[in-house]
Each structure stands twice: as structure tokens, then as C-alpha cells.
Design a binder for this molecule. Structure first.
Ligand SMILES: [Zn+2]
Length: 340
């Protein structure tokens, strides 16, 4: 079978690899059909100072496929069934795992495609408990965007920021994979969405996607525009993932008692914080990473109801690096999917 392996920083190799053995008891074997790209893939590809990992590692953190075979004692899946997979090897038995808080697992065995072998290969064996059925009507290209992109946004907006219908939300980098998902999910429950983008072509696309107000952050200071749009009140929720460049401006955009939820720091990991502003304005700042199995099921249900991911580009497996380059260049609106 084919496997795409990171052998050194910025060096991928597509090669033949031995196919996995028949699935063991409690495991299923999945034939991968689509891998969706995320910033996590870029972090892995470029190398990351503080991430403990070993190379070579099969890349691909988010994917969809079909059940190829089932091991003894598995019951939930028939061969051919469309599925997505949880992207981290959770233990399944610790207290958070048992409570359905999978992304807080106390003895996680690593993130697939980053710490341990991922999904960019033809066949993968996994415990059945980490596999989630794709509802009828959702194509695998779209389903591939559920485990990380959609589920991360679902977890951020609804579990963490507790976004309610009618509230206002500022979505940073509205053209990104998670930005596009956040715009559509917030609009779907009747929120007012303000978003930032880096060029006018993306601004048009964000408006078409439903954003009520679009700010080109290269020509306008987003915090000033948000204050103006909200009559100086600020928004209820800020959806952050840009990091150092925007974090303090994001706080200035918040209403008193507002919530900032963040899952990323693509522009840099450190910032300073005005503590008086934090407590006087009664902000709530919430860190969010990954999602639960439930969030993935919720994401797929939304897709089945017609809330689909925005697909920027599809590339074949041989052009995985071209997909990464496109993601790195930020010349992207929505998700990049690698087809098998
Ligand atoms: Zn656990």
C-alpha cells in the first residue's frame, strides 16, 4: 500500500509500505479515501521546537474512509461503511474519556499524523471505539473535514464559548478552514457574524458565505471597525486562532462579560495581557484544543443537514506538498482535501 511519510523537516516521501495485518479483536481496518489538511500538518511538516515526536511518521491528521475489514468481536460496522476517525489515540478508560471529554484524556497516546503514524496511507487499523459512522448523503470529501476542522469549531463555539442564537461573534481569518466553518455554524443559529480577511476577493467570498460584516485587516484596524459596528459595545464572542498579532485587539472587541475562545496562535505564541482590563471587563478567556467524539458526530449531523465545509482545493496524494504550500501561503478560502 502507499504511505506518505515525513522523513525530515520539510521532506515527505511517498513509498510502498507493508499493509497492516488483519484487524485484531475490537479493531477495524479502514481504507482511506480523503485526507483534509490543517495547520497541524504544517506545524509537523516545518518542525516544531517543543513538540516531542519521532520521524519517520506517516502524515495526515484528519481523514475519511470506508471500512475494509472488521476484527473479531466488532459489531458496529459492515465492510464498505463510510467512516471518519478520531485523530488521537485516547485511552478510553480514564475519567475524562469515560465522561466523553476525549480531548482531555489523561494518557493520550499521541496525535495521529503528528506524534504517531497518521492517515495518509491506503489502510489503517484502529480500535472500533475511535471510528464514527458518516451519515447518509455526506460525501467522504466533506466528511474528511469533520474530525478536526468542524469538530474543533463546534467545540469552541458551543461547548466552550456557549454561543447563543442572536449573539454577535467576531471570527478571525474568515477564509481559513476553521474560519469558514465558524461563519457558517454561527450564521446557522442566527448570530451576527463579523469576520476578518486579508484581501478583497476573500471578503466577497466571506459575504457570500453569510458574514454580515467583513473587515480587510490589511487596510483597516479590525478593533476600531468592530467598536464602530457594535456602537462601542463590542461583541459577545471572539473566535481567536491568529494569536500574538490579534489577541489584544480581540479583547478590545469584547463586550463587558464577553468570551474569547482560542485554539491557535499562527502569528506567534506569546502576548502580554492587561490584567485590570481582564477583571474589570469580566472577560472570559477559554483555551480550546481538539474536540470530543460527540463533537465529531454533531459536525457530521450538521453536514447531513446541509451545512457543508467550504472546499478550496482538491489535490491528489502525489501533490500533498502542493496542498501544504497553498495552506502556508494563506492563499486559501476553506479546506484543502487530498484525494486517494
Ligand atoms: Zn483517556
Amino acid at each position: 500500500m502507499r504511505a506518505l511519510t515525513l522523513i525530515a523537516d520539510r521532506r515527505l516521501e511517498l513509498a510502498d509500505a507493508p499493509a497492516p495485518a488483519a484487524p485484531a479483536a475490537g479493531d477495524v481496518q479502514i481504507r482511506i479515501r480523503a485526507v483534509a489538511l490543517n495547520h497541524l500538518d504544517l506545524w509537523g511538516y516545518r518542525g516544531m521546537a517543543f513538540a516531542k515526536r519521532k520521524m519517520p511518521v506517516v502524515v495526515g491528521v484528519e481523514a475519511a474512509g470506508e471500512i475494509a475489514a472488521v476484527g473479531p468481536g466488532t459489531s458496529a460496522f459492515e465492510p464498505g461503511a463510510p467512516v471518519v476517525m478520531y485523530g488521537a489515540l485516547t485511552c478510553g478508560v480514564c475519567k475524562p474519556c469515560r465522561a466523553g471529554r476525549d480531548n482531555l484524556c489523561e494518557s493520550v497516546g499521541g496525535i495521529m499524523g503528528f506524534h504517531v503514524d497518521g492517515f495518509a496511507r491506503d489502510l489503517v487499523n484502529l480500535p472500533e471505539r475511535l471510528v464514527i459512522p458518516v451519515p447518509r448523503g455526506v460525501v467522504l470529501r466533506d466528511a474528511a473535514c469533520a474530525p478536526i476542522a468542524f469538530a474543533t469549531v463546534q467545540h469552541m463555539l458551543f461547548d466552550n464559548a456557549r454561543l447563543e442564537p442572536g449573539e454577535s461573534v467576531l471570527v478571525h481569518a474568515g477564509g481559513s478552514g476553521i474560519g469558514t466553518a465558524a461563519i457558517t455554524m454561527a450564521k446557522a443559529i442566527g448570530c451576527t457574524v463579523i469576520t476578518t480577511v486579508g484581501d478583497d476577493a476573500k471578503a466577497d467570498k466571506a459575504r457570500k458565505l453569510g458574514a454580515d460584516h467583513v473587515i480587510n485587516y490589511r487596510t483597516d484596524r479590525f478593533e476600531g471597525v468592530v467598536r464602530k459596528l457594535t456602537a462601542k459595545k463590542g461583541v459577545d464572542v471572539v473566535f481567536e486562532h491568529v494569536g500574538a498579532e490579534t489577541f489584544n485587539g480581540s479583547l478590545l472587541c469584547l463586550k463587558r462579560g464577553g468570551r474569547l475562545v482560542t485554539c491557535g496562535s499562527t502569528s506567534g505564541p506569546s502576548t502580554t495581557l492587561n490584567l485590570m482590563q481582564l477583571f474589570q471587563q469580566q472577560y472570559r478567556i477559554i483555551g480550546s484544543f481538539g474536540a470530543s467524539m460527540r463533537n465529531i458526530r454533531e459536525s457530521l449531523a450538521k453536514m447531513a443537514d446541509g451545512l457543508l465545509p467550504v472546499i478550496d482545493t482538491e489535490v491528489p496524494l502525489t501533490e500533498f506538498e502542493r496542498g501544504l504550500a497553498r495552506l502556508e501561503s494563506r492563499q486559501v478560502f476553506g479546506k484543502i482535501v487530498v484525494d486517494f
